[in-house]
Design a protein around this ligand. Structure first.
Ligand SMILES: [Zn+2]
Length: 249
């Protein structure tokens, strides 16, 4: 007799919000889920795959705790952007947006380092990986935050540096994908950092579940911040184009 196991497909809640009449939506629309970098069986206690509903056996020594079917995340967060007329707008590359922000800030005595530092503190290590966010992996003593809670706290950082009450926040910047107001660009960048952290990061798992952040192996959402850091550092050589290699492909 064949036994069929039906697993209920886990869910990722969609997050949508409007800034200066532009609509940002973060949802599970990505097409390339990444390998799950977490060592779910870090204490090597389990012989079963850690994905809920999967009964596949896994070697006790395999620290990922994931069977062959589940080595990759099943979800991939993607950001989409609608302009004020409701038309889908292409998202500029990370380095393009950061170049625009740096050019803009240099003309108005607005240092960007504190903004990127606050984004780093607020996001890196605080965003669960996508398999934990979707509920495919659950933890006995820990309730995983919802995606919208994470966005509520990350949005506050952008609002602090690019307030809606300040006219200059609405200045359009010329990206390679067309003009976008600086306040929207800052929210897009923050949202991409959250998505990268969930799609590729392992810092949250190391910090929160393993209680040892030094075990982190992935840059995750740090990648765009690394580009800013590389361009801000006084190298003594021209780095503008080369620093792009630090950003995700
Ligand atoms: Zn499995």
């Amino acid at each position: 007799m064949k036994i069929y196991i039906i697993t209920i497909k886990s869910m990722i809640n969609k997050v949508s919000y409007v800034v200066a009449n532009w609509e940002l939506t973060i949802s599970n629309k990505g097409e390339k889920p990444h390998k799950n970098p977490n060592k779910l069986d870090w204490n090597q206690n389990s012989r079963r795959c850690f994905i809920n509903g999967c009964s596949n056996k896994v070697y006790k020594t395999k620290m990922s705790g994931l069977c062959k079917d589940h080595e990759y995340h099943q979800f991939d967060l993607l950001l989409s952007l609608l302009d004020p007329s409701g038309v889908n707008h292409s998202i500029p590359a990370h380095h393009d947006m950061i170049n625009c922000l740096m050019d803009w800030s240099s003309t108005r005595n607005f240092p960007l380092s504190p903004f990127f530092e606050k984004l780093s503190f607020a996001i890196l290590g605080n965003v669960p990986d996508i398999s934990s966010l979707s509920g495919e992996v659950t933890y006995e003593k820990y309730k995983v935050k919802e995606l919208n809670e994470i966005f509520e706290s990350s949005k506050k950082v952008v609002e602090q540096f690019f307030p809606e009450s300040n006219n200059s926040s609405f200045q359009p910047l010329s990206t390679k994908k067309g003009d976008i107001p600086v306040i929207v660009l800052a929210h897009v960048l923050m949202s991409l950092i959250v998505c990268e952290e969930a799609n590729r990061g392992d810092r949250w798992h190391c910090r929160t579940i393993r209680k040892d952040e030094s075990k982190t192996t992935q840059l995750g959402g740090a990648m765009p911040i690394v580009y800013f850091a590389a361009r801000s550092f006084n190298w003594g050589v021209e780095m503008k184009n080369v620093a792009r290699n630090f950003t995700p492909n």
